[in-house]
Design a protein around this ligand. Structure first.
Ligand SMILES: [Zn+2]
Length: 303
């Protein structure tokens, strides 16, 4: 079954690349000579925008409203890759389709940037997940310290591809780095002052955030937002909430709140939104959403 789906995937990619080729034999040169950057999902867009600002064109490959963990490339993806100068993605564990898609797009000048490169990754323990998604938890962008490393990697790539604006990219990256640092220090101080460290969320997206602050997450769904819990797992979560006096169950934009609401009722907690920054959320920036996340987690632990 697994083999079949991989073969299907490769065929789709080849077909897509053929179709992309028919539409535009040569990548259209950008009239203004700005770098054409394609990014995968929302957090990558935010980091790249912060660094590149008005000196680059950004296109997102994963349409808003599509859950990035479920995404498969389409004809449109292949067209965008054929016409881009740089592709910025988070990691081989997050966007498993990238390598094949880049190969199929066959764009000789495309520079590929894995934003999480160099970050110490958190290993997965569930064998089924490892077989399907690789060895590591991909949610690095939800850690402020990892975000600093990602922004640096992105700035280096932009500077290399566009040396005339290298200083501009580096300066913007430094400014953004400081904003991330300020938020990181503020919440490291706050979390250190409270004994409660445990929270419950929709899917297990916050391991890197937990690493920054010495916190522990439990979740309704697994790392890749699949696997609604069995009655047995729900009973375990209920016991966990009672043991750790969990008063807030966090729910995410892309995860059905039903089970979270059931759990909250069961343990006398309330539900509250948390952002995984895999999709956009109106006008809210990465920094705004991270601050709201940290504020909400902090307040829930203080209750
Ligand atoms: Zn996720």
């Amino acid at each position: 079954m697994k083999k079949l789906s991989i073969i299907f995937c490769i065929c789709t990619l080849l077909l897509c690349s053929l179709l992309a080729g028919c539409g535009s034999k040569e990548p259209a040169p950008a009239a203004d000579h700005k770098l054409r950057v394609v990014v995968t999902f929302n957090a990558m867009k935010e980091f790249t925008q912060a660094v590149g600002q008005d000196k680059i064109h950004i296109t997102s490959l994963i349409p808003d409203g599509t859950e990035p963990h479920d995404f498969q490339p389409t004809t449109k993806t292949m067209q965008a890759l054929s016409n881009a100068d740089i592709l910025i993605y988070n990691s081989n564990g997050m966007e498993r389709w990238v390598k094949q898609a880049v190969k199929a797009a066959d764009n000789k000048k495309l520079v590929t940037v894995e934003a999480s490169k160099g970050i110490k990754l958190i290993g997965l323990t569930d064998l089924d997940l490892i077989i399907e998604h690789g060895r590591y938890d991909p949610h690095t962008w939800l850690s402020l310290s990892c975000a600093q490393a990602e922004v640096k990697n992105i700035a280096q790539a932009l500077a290399q591809a566009d040396p005339a604006n290298a200083d501009f990219y580096k300066k913007n990256a430094q400014v953004y780095h400081l904003k991330l640092q300020e938020l990181l220090l503020k919440y490291q101080t706050l979390f250190a002052q409270i004994p409660q460290k445990n929270f419950v969320t929709g899917h297990a997206a916050f391991a890197y955030l937990c690493r920054d602050f010495g916190l522990q997450q439990q979740s309704i769904e697994d790392v890749f937002a699949s696997g609604e819990p069995s009655a047995q797992n729900l009973a375990k979560l209920t016991a966990y909430c009672k043991e750790h006096n969990v008063k807030t169950i966090f729910v995410e934009e892309a995860v059905s709140p039903k089970t979270s609401e059931t759990l909250a009722r069961e343990v006398g907690a309330t539900t509250q939104e948390i952002y995984t920054i895999e999709c956009s959320n109106g006008e809210k920036t990465y920094l705004t959403r991270m601050e709201e996340n940290l504020d909400a987690i902090y307040k829930s632990l203080k209750k």
